[in-house]
Design a protein around this ligand. Structure first.
Ligand code: FES
Ligand SMILES: [Fe+2]
Length: 373
């Protein structure tokens, strides 16, 4: 199996410059074993968004999620410290916390009632007296590395590459986002979208430098200056940005996409931050099968309280929804085409698709390391 996977991974040449490069091969989007390899490498070993900071602001507040298929809980302890654990009971492996988020005084497993403190120590074990060689202190929840950045909490399930989140993001990215004062924006609403495609089809679509915008997103196109759309690659991120125009803006979009520029940050492998003046949404792209993808959108605004602002915020979310709806059908169409015997790989636009080129090269690096490691 490894030999076959290696052959698939090696079909991509990461050393080719953009003007002679091709996309990653179609099999990377359709092969089930490859999908598992991605989970063990790309998703287990990278920093993954696990929670929003606002969800775990007070002691006892927790969020559950799964990262690369493994259950995780993020909880703020009574001591005010934020921690991450595998949400797996040390008794017989049930998920200890089962709600998506909440507030708790202790963490109690629903199966046989074992309890853990908010700091992860095993406290209560009903009907367990007489068990020999059982050290409670060695049976707390297993911790996982977490890190905070701006409005978010990230987790890394496997510590193969000891790279901190700050090192991974890099100073150039964190200084740019620092200037945007993202912490002044407050979470307003979450939406889940489902796409009938491999997760990379969604990311490719995002990273095509606005190539598809004039054809698929007429409303969005009316506020962006397509000819001035810029693509800037960092080490692990890509910034796509465009000046905003007001002349000829389509009314619904123009009313909620203002300011002088739109910024679209993609952070390898699956997190995006979309920023307009006074509006931010984030996208977390989660593989749900080789040809199924869930994308979680969180919408943020400066004012989420006043009635007037809330009406404006709802209008802004509706525009975001329209843009996603416009992408659903094309992503499905691409996934179907990737399975066709007529397609193997495609070429990349030098003007538009440098972000995709970066994405594919980073994927290749992680997959190759996973196979040799
Ligand atoms: S599995 Fe949690 S108490 Fe038994
Ligand atoms: Fe799109």
């Amino acid at each position: 199996m490894n030999a076959q996977l290696r052959e698939i991974v090696d079909q991509y040449d990461p050393n080719l410059a953009l003007d002679v490069a091709s996309t990653i091969p179609a099999s990377w989007y359709t092969n089930k074993d490859f999908y598992e390899l991605e989970r063990e490498t790309v998703f287990s070993q990278s920093w993954q968004l696990a929670a929003r900071a606002d969800q775990v602001a007070e002691p006892g507040r927790y969020v559950t999620t799964d990262i690369a298929g493994e259950p995780i809980v993020i909880v703020r302890g009574s001591d005010g410290v934020l921690r991450g654990f595998f949400n797996v009971c040390r008794h017989h492996a049930a998920a200890v916390m089962t709600e998506p988020e909440g507030k708790a005084a202790q963490l109690r497993c629903p199966y046989h009632g074992w309890t853990y403190s908010l700091e992860g120590e095993l406290k209560g074990t009903p009907d367990f007296s007489g068990v020999c060689d059982f050290d409670r202190a060695q049976n707390g929840l297993v911790s996982v590395e977490i890190a905070e950045w701006e409005n978010w909490i990230f987790v890394k399930a496997v510590q193969e590459v000891p790279e901190s989140l700050a090192e991974f993001l890099g100073d150039d990215l964190t200084s740019q986002t620092g200037a945007l004062q993202l912490r002044g924006l407050h979470w307003f609403e979450r939406r889940h979208y489902h796409f009938d495609c491999n997760w990379k089809v969604f990311v490719d679509n995002y990273l095509d430098g606005g190539y598809h915008v004039p054809y698929l997103h007429k409303g969005l196109d009316s506020v962006l200056d397509y000819s001035k759309y810029m693509i800037e690659n960092g080490e692990h991120y890509c910034l796509q940005w465009s000046p905003i125009v007001t002349d000829g803006a389509e009314a619904q979009t123009g009313a909620v996409r203002k300011g002088d520029r739109a910024l679209y940050y993609w952070i390898y492998p699956n997190f995006m931050i979309n920023w307009y003046d006074g509006v931010m949404d984030t996208n977390l792209v989660i593989p749900r099968g080789v040809d199924q993808t869930e994308v979680i959108f969180d919408f943020y605004f400066p004012d989420v309280v006043s009635e007037e602002a809330r009406a404006r915020n709802h209008a802004s979310v509706a525009v975001g929804q329209r843009i996603q709806d416009e992408d659903v059908a094309i992503c499905k169409s691409v996934q179907r085409g990737l399975s066709s015997r007529a397609y193997h790989a495609g070429r990349l636009s030098v003007r538009r698709e440098a972000g995709e080129h970066l994405f594919h090269r980073l994927l290749h690096r992680d997959l190759r390391n996973g196979l040799t490691g």
